[in-house]
Design a protein around this ligand. Structure first.
Ligand SMILES: NC(=O)c1ccc[n+]([C@@H]2O[C@H](COP(=O)([O-])OP(=O)(O)OC[C@H]3O[C@@H](n4cnc5c(N)ncnc54)[C@H](O)[C@@H]3O)[C@@H](O)[C@H]2O)c1
Length: 365
């Protein structure tokens, strides 16, 4: 079965849990063609091959012998990302890697280095950064419209059942340190942690407490963290999968000249002081932002597959253009590393009872 469009970039997906979103996003993307899928689970593999009309492989080694594959989307359990991604890099194929890069800095760095050494592109999935509202907020902070920032937080009040933790393949991998790298922070919270850190310009120190309260799972189902950002502002990160039945995902940003509050990617508050003191214009801007970003949104509050795949489609189309223009992807491996650093530091702080400076982490920069 040759490629339908000889000019399309050929994509393959490894791991067919969240990987099914990758399949849909590739089929929806301009300039991309899904040529193959790969999974060790025969039932998932056969179902996906029939649904998406592509070739199916039982191992990554077999997949990488397929000459139509230019890019491999890696959506296996997190602790296997580097192992699979490094094989892909060695074969000269580009990589789109699900979040987080891997479970620790050593493995994340090995993946980033392999991509660099083999001259392939490594894109990291952090689809929330690509949301138009996220980009507007980043622009407002970067251009100084909020003035000097003094506070930023994210509060992820989600819910996952015990069946969720018992499921997946290998069964029970979620919430383990070896395969998930942690719990509510590293798995569910990392999108929001990455977003907050990206907007605020990076995290300097964390002081964390974590606990496991309502699940039979190795890592935390509640984590709460005091943060100092590199820009000197203070903040807070709270992530839980024990907030029944799955509540909100909030972000608060306060600067000298204004405040932004977002819940589930919807604008709640957008108050930015105008240089000319025009309060009507200030209120009009808030109304405009609430109208633009106030509708219903999909949320993973109680179901991970409910997040939708639009963000993944943007990542796929960006990879197509990055290959054609020979540039870095929109979120390259190096850009996704800091989120892993923050989560590793949170675990270290919770274990030692000490504030952790990210620059002092083993493997830190
Ligand atoms: N971006 C997002 O919003 C989002 C949401 C959920 C999960 N994820 C990420 O996606 C990844 C997968 O999570 P999931 O919940 O889909 O897990 P899952 O357990 O449901 O699916 C993983 C799949 O990988 C397959 N697999 C395991 N080892 C393999 C191997 N060596 N070769 C080929 N296939 C293999 C399994 O059979 C399974 O079908 C994780 O890194 C997770 O953090 C991202």
């Amino acid at each position: 079965m040759a490629k339908k469009d000889p000019n399309a970039i050929g994509f393959a997906v490894v791991g067919l849990g969240m990987g099914r979103h990758h399949c849909r996003s590739i089929q929806a993307a301009q300039g991309a063609e899904l040529v193959a899928i790969c999974d060790i689970d025969a039932a998932r593999r056969e179902k996906a091959a029939a649904e998406y009309g592509c070739r199916a492989y039982a191992s990554v080694d077999e997949l990488l012998r397929d000459g139509d594959v230019d890019v491999v989307n890696v959506a296996v359990p997190t602790g296997l990302h580097a192992e699979v991604g490094i094989k892909v890099a060695q074969s000269g194929r580009h990589i789109i890697c699900e979040k987080p890069l891997d479970v620790n800095l050593e493995k994340a760095d090995a993946l980033v280095s392999a991509a660099r050494d083999h001259g392939v592109k490594l894109a990291a999935i952090f689809q929330r950064r690509l949301h138009p509202l996220s980009k507007r907020i980043k622009e407002v902070v970067d251009t100084g419209r909020l003035g000097r920032m003094h506070y930023g937080d994210i509060h992820l009040y989600w819910y996952r059942t015990q069946d969720y933790y018992a499921g997946g393949n290998p069964p029970g991998w979620r919430g383990t340190f070896a395969l998930d790298g942690g719990g509510a922070c590293m798995n569910q919270g990392i999108h929001s942690i990455d977003l907050l850190s990206w907007i605020m310009g990076g995290v300097e120190t964390v002081y964390a407490k974590t606990g496991t309260y309502t699940h039979d799972v190795e890592a935390e189902d509640v984590g709460t963290v005091l943060v100092t950002f590199k820009n000197g502002a203070l903040g807070n990160i709270t992530c839980t999968t024990a907030a029944y039945p799955g509540l909100t995902n909030d972000m608060h940003l306060f600067g000298q000249d204004g405040s932004i509050v977002v819940t589930d990617d919807r604008v709640v508050t957008w108050r930015i002081v105008r240089a000319d003191g025009d309060q009507d214009a200030e209120l009009n801007e808030e109304r405009e932002m609430q109208t633009l970003y106030g509708g219903t949104t999909t949320s993973g509050a109680s179901d991970p597959m409910a997040v939708g795949f639009d963000g993944h489609t943007i990542h796929v189309e960006d990879m197509v253009r990055a290959i054609k223009e020979n540039r870095h992807p929109i979120i390259a491996g190096e850009d996704a590393r800091h989120a892993v650093e923050i989560c590793v530091a949170i675990q270290q702080s919770a274990t030692t009872g000490k504030e952790i400076r990210i620059a002092d982490l083993a493997g830190g920069r």
